[in-house]
Unconditional design. Structure first.
Length: 255
């Protein structure tokens, strides 16, 4: 009940600050039976595409401070039972961009494999930028698993560049993804670990194992990652030496 009251309070606060201009001081005359304009926070979560689009355009005219006030209401919308509302919330977060850092966890949930708003949630994480760096594991999964879904794959690729290297706390999740059943996910995980530089060094053993992967794309990504994290232990050196004799040219080049 406390979280529900908090969500409602956030929505009311956003509605109060984002009501149509002049609504408090000099409301426009209304004809009998004519509905009053709905506050922006409500229109952003509308199932009506036209109303929602107009509201998203309106976001761009707001000051960054007012945009930030909208975020708690959008986080509440991202947890709605209605997929159209969840999608609308993610669209609005994408419009706000870096100021919506408070919505990162909600967008990570939206970008999960079983989500029906995965594509737009991935886009929202990309627009938030470096503040969403902890989303790298879920973005890696989206980039690899949905390689046949152009919408999700394209935004995940963009997002992985936009959010930058994963933080150290994301490393265990990336190591786990090196054992994912889909080889593109394994390759993306290796690349993400390599992008961490020296902070990815604890994954050296897992990357050395990945150099024996059946997929040459994974072997090549693992070899590159070992170089980027500065791995110099015996297992890494032996793995790279073995790859110099690999049957696939790009793997030999990576080693």
């Amino acid at each position: 009940m406390t979280s529900l009251r908090a969500a409602r309070a956030s929505l009311l606060l956003a509605a109060a600050l984002c009501a149509p201009a002049g609504a408090e001081d000099s409301p426009s005359p209304q004809r009998d039976g004519e509905a009053a304009p709905r506050p922006l926070a409500e229109r952003l979560l509308s199932p009506d595409l036209v109303e929602r689009g107009a509201a998203q355009e309106e976001i761009r005219t707001l000051s960054p401070e007012v945009q930030e006030v909208l975020v708690p209401a959008l986080v509440a919308g991202a947890g709605d039972a209605d997929a159209s509302v969840r999608g609308a919330a993610a669209e609005a977060v994408a419009e706000i961009g870096p100021r919506a850092a408070g919505a990162v966890d909600a967008m990570i949930r939206g970008a999960s494999p079983d989500s029906d708003v995965r594509g737009v949630s991935v886009l929202a994480l990309a627009r938030i930028g470096p503040a969403a760096a902890r989303a790298v594991p879920v973005l890696v999964e989206a980039r690899g698993e949905d390689i046949r879904d152009v919408w999700v794959c394209m935004h995940a690729r963009y997002a992985l560049v936009a959010v930058g290297p994963a933080p150290p706390e994301a490393l265990p999740a990336l190591v786990d993804l090196l054992a994912h059943p889909e080889w593109p996910v394994r390759a993306e995980a290796a690349r993400a670990i390599g992008a961490m530089g020296l902070q990815g060094a604890p994954a050296a053993v897992a990357l050395a194992r990945a150099t024996s992967d059946d997929a040459d794309g994974v072997r090549a990504a693992a070899a590159e990652a070992l170089g980027k994290i500065g791995a110099a232990d015996d297992a890494a050196v032996a793995a790279l030496a073995r790859l110099l004799e690999d049957a696939v040219l790009r793997v030999r080049i990576a080693a």
